[in-house]
Design a protein around this ligand. Structure first.
Ligand code: FRU
Length: 476
């Protein structure tokens, strides 16, 4: 497949028929994940269109199946009844129209009137002039609309808005629509970059989900990064959160962090009227986390799923590229409030997959499992140390909880990852969710979370935490 040519469903089907050996190669990779979603072949990035509809959850995703470097964006599709056992379905949206010919980019689902309404960005790159900078010119960002009554079959695509419908001071970077319903109508938030390279969210309003009018914008007083991607807005208890993935944060604290960030602002006032944004809180302090999306389940939980990867990252990589695939999703998390703090925990459905290991000591002394959950509770005086597969260390020093690798070169277990940390006075407990090549660590009941990929040569688990309680469960 060529990067700047349309891909039709039949092109994909022909390619799929011819690539059984490719699928087998990925299926046999020992680094493939046991309970995290990953692509069958190729690359996976943002979760898209998350929803619960007619008794099933749908999880779509940015999916270039053809190669592990992520060029041609389709929407892949998984569905599940319990968020534990997934069924892989056919990709649903292909870059096959003039409005999305160079990528069916990210978007969301909004269930209303007995159907799922999908909004996404149709990406088009122009090549008719040599002087495009592809920031303010040379790129078309179409806001697209499709509906489905079963999550599998889709209505024809409709283009709702294009560059000329966005305010004049906005660059060509506008994308990732998400819908908010209010009593007086529907609102759409879109991530954007203005012509002065300030990141912001554009807000549109509609009465019928198809005709949209500019309503306003949400941003900080001083520029906070040059681009805000994947905006999301929701409430947790009394707190109102605007989540967005920010590009272009530099200097100071950001020098110790990832190239791009995902986090949220707490909102005082009304995001659609007079508002004040709090400081920006990161969703995750690890190496691999970007572009999360949330949805609300029918039983009222706010579930968050993220791409466990990092775009444009030169510092570290993933050796799975050699086998023909790259990236995965975080295990779904519930967002909740504890003592006024926003926290995250693995969804409760995981309990059904866990088997308590009775011989924790034996397990710590011997060979480990590749896939497990370990909890350490009642830690006192920050005294603990966990070593995963001899190379990945979780510990506390100089007022910081740290996740760091002993070897940091690109051919080691870390594949180039070094250290990430958060300043915290006291670490009371840890929950570690380890899959074959991923680790997610929940600190202090999920007040801070660290996600990373790693590529162990041996599975070994060492943990010291004097006086604390350690429990271990194998995840089946
Ligand atoms: C975030 C993102 C989105 C875009 C998509 C393209 O990772 O850049 O803004 O829609 O990925 O794959």
């Amino acid at each position: 497949m060529k990067k700047y040519e349309k891909v039709f469903q039949k092109d994909y089907e022909t390619w799929y028929g011819e690539n059984e050996a490719y699928r087998k190669q990925v299926a046999e990779d020992p680094d493939r994940l046991a309970f995290h979603l990953m692509p069958e072949t190729g690359w996976m990035n943002d979760p898209n269109g998350l929803c619960q509809f007619k008794g099933e959850y749908h999880i779509y995703y940015q999916y270039p199946p053809f190669e592990p470097t992520g060029e041609l964006k389709l929407w892949g599709h998984y569905k599940t009844k319990d968020l534990v056992t997934y069924e892989q379905c056919q990709p649903v949206l292909f870059p096959d129209s003039d409005e999305d010919a160079h990528g069916v980019y990210s978007g969301s689902a909004f269930c209303e009137n007995g159907k799922i309404n999908f909004f996404y960005t149709g990406n088009v790159k122009l090549f008719d002039r040599p002087d495009y900078d592809y920031i303010n010119s040379g790129r078309v960002s179409n806001t697209m609309y499709v509906t489905s009554e079963d999550g599998m079959h889709f209505s024809p695509k409709k283009c709702l808005m294009t560059n000329s419908d966005y305010p004049a001071d906005i660059s060509a970077h506008v994308r990732d629509p998400k819908i908010i319903k209010r009593e007086d109508g529907y609102y759409m938030v879109l991530g954007a970059r203005d012509k002065e390279s300030k990141g912001l969210v554009l807000v549109y309003r509609s009465d019928d989900l198809t005709n949209w009018k500019y309503h306003g914008r949400i941003t900080t007083e001083n520029a906070f990064g040059y681009m805000w991607e994947c905006p999301d807005y929701f409430k947790i208890g009394d707190k109102k959160l605007l989540s967005t993935s920010v590009q272009g944060l530099e200097g100071g604290i950001w020098e110790d962090r990832n190239v791009y960030q995902s986090g949220y602002f707490e909102i005082e006032g009304d995001i659609l009227g007079e508002y004040k944004l709090s400081e920006y809180h990161l969703w995750d302090y690890g190496f691999d986390y970007y572009a999360p999306q949330s949805f609300e389940t029918e039983d009222g939980r706010r579930i968050h799923i993220s791409w466990m990867g990092m775009p444009d990252c030169e510092e570290y990589s993933n050796p799975t590229i050699q086998t023909g695939w790259q990236h995965c999703f975080t295990f779904p998390r519930e967002i909740f409030e504890k003592d006024g703090k926003i926290c995250q925990r693995p969804i409760r459905e995981l309990e059904e997959k866990k088997h308590l290991v009775s011989d924790v000591k034996g397990m710590l002394a011997g060979e480990g499992y590749p896939v497990y959950e370990m909890t350490i509770s009642d830690i006192t005086k920050n005294r603990f140390k966990v070593i995963l597969s001899e190379k990945l260390i979780l510990d506390y020093a100089d007022g910081k909880f740290r996740m760091h690798f002993t070897d940091q070169d690109k051919t080691s277990v870390s594949s180039g990852r070094s250290m990430r940390y958060v300043e915290v006075e006291e670490v009371e407990n840890l929950k570690i969710l380890a899959d074959t090549s991923s680790v997610e660590v929940f600190v202090n009941d999920g007040e801070y979370v660290f996600s990373t990929r790693y590529y162990p040569e041996v599975y070994k688990l060492q943990a010291e935490a004097v006086g604390a309680q350690i429990t271990l469960s194998e995840i089946m």
